[in-house]
Design a protein around this ligand. Sequence first.
Ligand code: TXA
Ligand code: MG
Length: 347
Amino acid sequence: MRADATTRIYRGTPRNLAFLAGRLRRGDLVGVPTETVYGLAADATDAQACGRIFAAKRRPRSDPLIVHIATRADLSRVAVPNAAAEALARKFWPGPLTLILPKTGLIPDAATADQPSVAVRLPAHPLFRRLIALTGRPLAAPSANPFGYVSPTTAEHVRQSLGSRIRHILDGGPARIGLESTIVDLRDPLRPVLLRPGAITRAALAAALGRPVALPRRGTKPPSHPTDDADCGGGAIGQIAPGQGRRHYSPATPVTLHRRITARQIAAGSADEAWLLLARPPRPVAANVVWLDPRGDLRGAARTLFARLRELDRRGFRRIHAERAPVRAGGLADALNDRLERAAARD
Ligand code: TXA
Ligand code: MG
């Protein structure tokens, strides 16, 4: 067990898991590993405990949480499923996919920011699933970062950015995927809408559903969603998914995106600017040049993106120049570029 003044990082031993489940049942917060990013978990059925998540993250109360369950059978405890949800759950759960559905009375309004819908996910990380099962309650967990900052992909990231505000973090190793889950709105099963791209692609969802998956209409604000939420939903897609405000997942250092970064560009730049490449360059480079994956593999890149952004932020560069993923690469390119664009957005 590693500890600083107030925060402990726990290994996933049976004893530690039982202890942390007890803390969750009593309304405490626990930092938890998932295969996407680390989450900040609380009992989703306890309005007060959910309130603590918003306070610790400094998250606007109008930005609803994701509710995590341990088995597919638990879906109908927290949400009202439809055939589309059942098809996607069968195909992609446990995994990096979150479904928006009408909620049941078990989930308090505090968890869903007063919305009649709930975001539900069955995560694949074995330790987190065991913890949910041991707690015996669904667990609400947003990403375990201060609101608006880059999501954490290790227990140490959680300690660094929330350590003074939470006491318990379960260490499940570095996140295997590294980008937040795909979110699909299934409130109307005949018109699924992709709210956030992730490792489960829009094409894969469409194939599983046998119908196209729409993108959110830009600038629209569905009447069922709150409207008093300028700082988190003021971006291009309004309040559809409040955390989808354009400036999100942002490092403090300004980020500029490039379709490709060349050796000549780097040579013309100054040493106080950082260059974040997709792949390792062929020749040795200065310390202000870093890359996401040695071979430019997008899965490797997704796994390291947030850690690299945090590292470059800490090193105090004047600007980070980052290279986009080639769209023709498919797969994770959409999700990676979405996070890069949010990191680069200034509003
Ligand atoms: O991979 C993930 O999804 C991680 C791990 C911890 O599971 N969680 C995560 O949570 O990324 P968070 O809170 O950082 O992002 C959840 C997004 C937010 O943008 C939120 O606004 C949206 O889901 N959301 C939650 N409930 C919603 C609802 N009822 N309708 C529309 N959007 C919703
Ligand atoms: Mg988040």
